[in-house]
Each structure stands twice: as structure tokens, then as C-alpha cells.
Design a protein around this ligand. Sequence first.
Ligand SMILES: Cc1cc2nc3c(=O)[nH]c(=O)nc-3n(C[C@H](O)[C@H](O)[C@H](O)COP(=O)(O)OP(=O)(O)OC[C@H]3O[C@@H](n4cnc5c(N)ncnc54)[C@H](O)[C@@H]3O)c2cc1C
Ligand code: SF4
Length: 331
Amino acid sequence: MNKFTFVRVDSPDAAIAELDEHYSPKFIAGGTNLLDLMKENVECPDHLIDINHLAFNKIEDSPGGGLRLGALVTNADTAWNQEVEKRYPLLSQAILAGASPQLRNMATNGGNLMQRTRCYYFYDTATPCNKREPGSGCSAIGGYNRILGILGTSEQCIATHPSDMCVALAALGATVNVTGKNGNRIIPFADFHRLPGDRPDLDNTLDAGDIVTSIDLPNEDFTSYYKYLKIRDRASYAFALVSVAAALKMEDGKIKEARLALGGVAHKPWRSNEAEVLLAGNTANKDSFEKAADVILQGAKGYGDNTFKIELAKRAIVRALTEAAGLEEQA
Ligand SMILES: Cc1cc2nc3c(=O)[nH]c(=O)nc-3n(C[C@H](O)[C@H](O)[C@H](O)COP(=O)(O)OP(=O)(O)OC[C@H]3O[C@@H](n4cnc5c(N)ncnc54)[C@H](O)[C@@H]3O)c2cc1C
Ligand code: SF4
């Protein structure tokens, strides 16, 4: 690990001011991702700015009637928060499917959004990786790529975003509040993470030095019909091969409104408006769920070891929707 200096700040202005003083500064929150990246020399900040004392540590009602999740609230405190459990149970389910209790006690909401891919080659500095070192090549294309992407990939990178929480946030239509040198911004969740294109080194649309302050959940009722389904190699402590966040509004067996997002398949949580439109107005049954799954996966591309994910994702979508609609008991 390289040498670095460390400072603890108590205001966003102080955090932003620290950025200009150093060559490669980084914010640190729970440290559960950043410290691993530093130990592997994937990231080598010369200065760590501890933001844990900023006042983004509350869960409170948002001005729009929804809920605001502070960026520094831990994943554990968010998942077990009574309002989150009552009003956004899909989100609680998704967070609790991730990592381990110990990690969730440290991991923050802002850090969860910002966590980096789990592509093996990204962590292995002895191998080419366009995300870590732009222009060096992609070892995963033609290499071992079991856990990598099948949707929205590029010739430069097929990495996936590893978060569970973000898949539910995408389905629920959250927005991300950000502050930085250029003032405050609100970013719709769909625009927060990027596809790799020819800039796989960029995970998201933040400007350098932007701080995520909170996440707003809209005032929508997806409390009766929902399911976060995570398929993984181990029952716990493993990232998703494929995950599905499904939320429905139902009336007399018919779907009034649907929300559907996938994790583990793309560089960003993959929400499909097309599949949601197709589901709305239809009877909740296997036929309509299979059609929705086909629509989402129609542009999918496998790279060898991960080609099984196309069929796996289709089946996971059908199962998640079946359980969300209450046609089968939740596993
Ligand atoms: C063994 C293991 C298993 C895991 N399994 C899962 C899993 O199954 N599902 C899952 O979703 N996650 C999983 N995780 C990831 C974990 O959820 C993330 O590491 C965690 O959410 C990151 O939050 P943090 O506060 O620790 O971030 P940090 O490590 O402190 O920071 C991560 C990055 O975010 C930046 N950052 C942090 N906060 C802010 C902010 N407010 N504004 C701007 N930038 C910020 C930092 O600069 C850094 O670049 C796992 C992690 C480990 C180590
Ligand atoms: S898939 Fe992306 S992160 Fe993985 S080796 Fe290729 S460029 Fe790097």
C-alpha cells in the first residue's frame, strides 16, 4: 500500500477544499471497498478525506412526501429502519441480500452507490484492464468472465456493477442528491451509473470531487407486491450472478403498474421501461412474465463462461414476478 495522509472533515465545504491541496485525494466513508482497493494497489490515493462526520447521517421525510436516506447512514441502519421496512420493503430486502451483517454495519449508502466492480482482472494489477488502466485492454473478454455482463457491454469492458441496494433503488425510481465544486445537483437514479462505452474507467456521472449527500425515495406505494431475488454461487457473502428487483401495483389479478430492474448483468442496474410497459394492464401470469423476460434479454450477449446468465436471468425474472404477484409464496 502507498503512503497517504488522512484528514477528518466536518463540513462539505471543508471536504471540497481538501481536494485542491492534493494530487489524488479520495473520500472515505465505511472503507469496506476503498481499503481493499488500496491494499491491492488498484487505487492509490495520496490523501484520504474522512467524511463520516458530515451531517448526512439521518433518514427523514423528503420534501416530496417520500423518504430521504442520508449518504452516511449505514446499510444496516437503512435496511432495519422502521420507515424503510414499512414504506420500501423491497429496498430492505435488497440491502439484506448483500454482503454480511458485519459489512453492512460499516458500509454506507453513499459508498454502496460508489463501490467498484468485482471483475477479477480489475483487482489483479498484473493483467490488462481498461477500467483500471485505460487503453491497456480487457482481460475478461476472451478470459474468465463467469460473473460479468451480458447487457449494455462494450468492446472495451464487460464489467458489472455489484450492488444489490442499487437494483432496488433503480426499480423504485430514486434520485441522488449531490454537492460539489459546481453546487448542488439532483441525479435521477437511471442516470447515476453509466454504461462502459469507450470510457469504462468512469463508473458514474459524478464530477470529480462530488459528494453524494442523500438518496430520495419517491412517495409511491410498492408495499404489497414486491420481491428482490438474488441468485449467487453461495447462499451468503457472495455477489449476484443475477438479481431481480420486482415491484407491482395490482388490482383483481391484473398488473396496474410494474417496476423491474436487474443486477449482476450490466455496468449499471438494468431497469427496463419496455418490460414494465408490456406488463402494465396484463394479467399476472407465467405467460406475461415470460414475455417481459424476453423483452429485457433480447439484446443480451454472452462471452463464454457467462452465457448461462441469459437463460438464468429469464428464469429469475419469471420467478421474481411470480413471487412478487403473490402467485407463489416468497422463498
Ligand atoms: C467481502 C465483501 C462482500 C460484499 N458483498 C456485497 C454484496 O453482496 N452486495 C452489495 O451490494 N455489496 C457488497 N459488498 C460491497 C459493500 O456493500 C460496499 O463495499 C459498501 O457499500 C461501500 O460502502 P463504504 O461506505 O464502505 O464505502 P468506502 O469503501 O468508504 O468508499 C467506496 C467509494 O465510494 C466513495 N464514497 C463513499 N462515500 C461517498 C459519498 N458520500 N460521496 C462520494 N463518494 C463517496 C469513496 O471515495 C470510494 O471511492 C461487499 C463488500 C465486501 C468487502
Ligand atoms: S471487464 Fe472491464 S473491469 Fe474487467 S478486465 Fe475488462 S475492462 Fe477491466
